[in-house]
Ligand binder design. Structure first.
Ligand code: BES
Ligand code: MN
Ligand code: ZN
Length: 489
């Protein structure tokens, strides 16, 4: 459950809490009933994300929550999201919250409302299905944005956009947080079909036999050790008109044990249920497009399977033939993401779209290189990468580009096959993984997002809560809804 949002020109008669924005500068709103000096004496200056709860006053029974916004002139889309998150956290024990927050700052009212809805929704949503503690989930069910007449229609438009995007992110977070037994490839495919039906997409599910017949050797190979069969889900969003066409490919490893190259049983092993975060972000993105009236034609491939060891599992030295005919010698079964993406990228390239973007929790090496607060981006087309950087900036889902050094490709040479799935040493594991992927996109403009570092957070921070982040969902929504055909090269 996420928060319902409404737009109103006045404070509703019954509201649990009223959020009053207070800046570091300018006058204090009359409803606060205190001077700046008095507020300061109890430690509230109006610094960004600072909150102060005051008892109800006057005829209203609503608790007043002062929410600091910092200097008024500094409030932008990104700080607005954080401010709304702080306000919603402070109001989480109330069933309803009403605020004029979306009326401040210098951005347009649609952008402001979208940011407030995103911040409030994302900061209060938690995956609570398996918790007995009823206080674990926020009580907040209704957010009312109070606006002037003039701002009303833009605010409403921002609410629609913010709501559909934030709800999709919450859904993707839930999928990634779910234990592996609660979300197998089959279950995920079933849910994707339900979501597709509800959001105006066409869905086609491919089972093991179909994948085999299609020559998807990567999917079949990675799935070999698992008792759970694989699924590939193709989703299609087809708007009217002849807009640009983009294909998204998501890594959906429902659980990555490493296969016979077994991972150690440490903390990092337990979060490998989140190795389907790329596929979840792609599904979530797709679910928003009709509501957002996206003009770009978007096709998605969710590549779903476990990676498990067993008597039937993939062995080192085995050679797989991928969908595009290239042969790959396995040198580490834990480098499985690139094997399933290879088939998805090949299929994507066959349809000759204007661009392909894949998103994957692909390498631990990306964490070594750039840490956990930024995702890696690589690709064969700078114009596409620049669009991704723009979307990343706007959505606060930061990316950093790494170079595809052609010389490193030598490390993937195999004695018996076209290439091997890992290099033997040489470092730059995220780059060599991307070089591997590049072999499957033909000459289509392509970019790859490595979200291994950003897939989860350890604590509640800003508009994130401990656990899965669904990183990339908001970035991809921004990308596909603003997409322009990249120039060739
Ligand atoms: N799913 C992992 C990458 C990962 C690591 C995701 C940490 C999230 C957090 C991927 O399949 C993997 O195991 N990669 C190997 C590649 C190596 C064998 C070349 C890795 O990073 O160790
Ligand atoms: Mn792995
Ligand atoms: Zn993996």
């Amino acid at each position: 459950m996420t928060i319902a949002v409404q737009v109103s020109r006045s404070v509703p008669a019954k509201t649990g809490a009223i959020g009053i924005p207070v800046a570091l500068d300018g006058p204090i709103p009359a409803s606060v009933g205190m001077s700046r000096a008095a507020l300061k004496s109890i430690g509230f200056e109006g610094k960004r994300e600072q909150t102060l709860v005051l008892a109800a006053a006057g005829r209203s029974s609503a608790v007043r929550i002062l929410i600091g916004v910092g200097k008024l002139s500094t409030v932008d889309e990104s700080s607005m999201r954080l401010i709304a998150a702080a306000l919603a956290r402070a109001a989480k024990k109330h069933d309803s919250l009403c605020t004029t927050l979306a009326g401040i700052g210098r951005m347009d009212r649609k952008t402001a409302a979208q940011a407030v809805v995103e911040g409030a929704t994302l900061a209060t949503h938690r995956y609570g299905d398996l918790k007995n503690d009823k206080d674990f989930s926020a009580k907040l069910k209704l957010l009312t944005l109070v606006t002037t007449d003039a701002a009303s229609s833009a605010t409403k438009a921002g609410v629609v956009r913010g709501k559909v995007i934030a709800d999709a992110v919450c859904q993707a977070r839930d999928f990634a947080n779910m234990p592996p037994a609660y979300l197998t490839a089959r279950m995920f495919a079933d849910k994707a079909v339900d979501i597709a039906k509800a959001t105006g997409l066409t869905a086609t599910v491919y089972n093991r036999d179909q994948l085999k017949a299609m020559g998807c050797g990567g999917m079949i190979g990675v799935n070999k050790g698992s008792v759970e069969p694989p699924r590939m889900v193709k989703l299609e969003y087809t708007p009217a008109g002849s807009g640009a066409k983009i294909v998204l490919v998501g890594k959906g490893v429902m659980y990555d044990s490493g296969g016979i190259s077994l991972k150690p049983s440490n903390e990092s092993h337990a979060i490998m249920k989140m190795d389907m975060s790329g596929a979840a972000a792609v599904l979530a993105t797709m679910s928003t497009l009709k509501t957002l009236k996206c003009k770009t034609k978007v096709t998605a491939y969710l590549m779903c399977t476990d990676n498990m060891p067993s008597g039937g599992a993939l062995k080192l030295g085995d050679v797989l033939t991928m969908r595009n005919g290239k042969t790959v010698e396995i040198h580490n079964t834990d480098a499985e993401g690139r094997l399933i993406l290879a088939d998805g990228l090949s299929l994507a390239a066959e349809s000759k779209p204007d661009a392909i973007v894949d998103i994957a929790t692909l390498t631990g090496a990306i964490i070594v290189a750039i840490g956990e607060k930024v995702a890696g981006v690589m690709g064969n087309n700078q114009s596409l990468i620049e669009q991704i950087k723009g979307s990343a900036m706007r959505t606060d889902e930061p990316v950093w580009q790494l170079p595809l050094i052609d010389e490193y490709k030598k490390g993937l040479d195999s004695v018996v096959a076209d290439m091997r799935n890992i290099t033997s040493g040489g470092g730059a594991g995220s780059i060599t993984a991307a070089l591997f992927l590049r072999e499957f996109v033909a000459d289509v403009p392509w970019a790859h997002l490595d979200i291994a570092g950003t897939m989860d957070v350890r604590g509640d921070e800003g508009w994130h809560n401990r656990g899965a982040t669904a990183f990339g969902t908001r970035l991809l929504v921004d990308l596909v809804t603003n997409f322009r055909k990249p120039s060739r090269k």
